[in-house]
Design a protein around this ligand. Structure first.
Ligand SMILES: [Ca+2]
Length: 267
């Protein structure tokens, strides 16, 4: 089935992607059994810069990459990890609202919200190499190998192999037989895609083959009330440490990065 929206095409030399766009076959979903909801335990926490209106969060090669949103304020900040000393801060074109980011093939990809562009930077110097077009909104991003995955605030996840012909696939995400909308920041975690659900304290664990939600993580109460200011915003940001496999989460203008472990639901 053809994806009816505009094609994505690469403007970056050597980066072949989005030559054509097709949808994954939409599958009629029968109702699933009730899925488990996990609680959490905070293992450790690190002071984080409240300036980050966090959209994307990823750990790569000993550094934490953060994209911070809003028009006129969007930034990419790089910190050493886990020290969190700021290494670099690069402003984004003020006309662009930066969204999710991920590193693929030593290039940093940063989505935009409504500007229909995806910015591509070289690493580690963060030189802007160019931009590609997006068919619609960009929200969260992650990758598996050379495959870029991204969300657009709907109940779809999109994927494209950036080393291949860039065919864009679309996967409907379903929770107990119903579309799960507002998928936001993403992280590839051990063969699953974890997604912040915008304006909730929940992370959905998604099977990237079937699109089914296989678990929910309830992070209610993660940020203590005393750490909330007037402009403190929602939970958003998931990053796995590729060395330790530890999971780190944060939110928009949160003063902490939290390392969490999941607690299985009671039988
Ligand atoms: Ca992430």
């Amino acid at each position: 089935m053809k994806h009816g929206r505009a094609l994505l095409c690469s403007l970056v030399a050597g980066l072949t992607l989005f030559g054509s766009a097709t949808c994954a076959a939409a599958q009629s979903e029968s109702r699933q059994a009730a899925i488990p909801t996990y609680s959490y335990e905070v293992v450790s926490q690190l002071r984080f810069d409240r300036a980050n209106f966090t959209q994307g969060l990823e750990i790569y090669d000993g550094r934490l990459y953060v994209s911070s949103g809003l028009y006129g304020e969007s930034m990419i900040r790089v910190y050493d990890f886990p020290g969190l000393e700021e290494v670099q801060a690069v402003p984004v074109d003020p006309r662009i609202f930066a969204e999710g980011l991920t590193v693929i093939d030593n290039r940093l990809v940063v989505l935009s919200w409504r500007e229909r562009v995806m910015l591509v930077y070289s690493l580690p110097d963060l030189s802007l190499l160019g931009q590609s077009t997006l068919p619609g909104q960009g929200w969260g991003a992650t990758h598996s190998g050379s495959t870029l995955w991204f969300s657009d605030g709907s109940h779809y996840l999109y994927s494209a192999d950036m080393s291949d012909d860039g065919t864009l696939n679309r996967l409907p995400v379903v929770l107990e037989g119903r579309p799960l909308r507002n998928l936001n920041e993403l992280e590839w975690v051990n063969g699953e895609i974890w997604a912040n659900v915008w304006q909730t304290d929940e992370i959905a664990r998604i099977d990237p083959i079937t699109g089914k939600v296989v678990g929910l993580i309830d992070l209610s109460g993660l940020l203590p009330e005393e750490d909330r200011l007037r402009d403190t915003d929602v939970l958003n940001g998931i990053a796995i440490d590729p060395v330790t496999q530890n999971i780190w989460v944060t939110g928009k203008r949160w003063p902490w990065l939290f390392e969490i472990t999941l607690e299985s639901p009671a039988d």
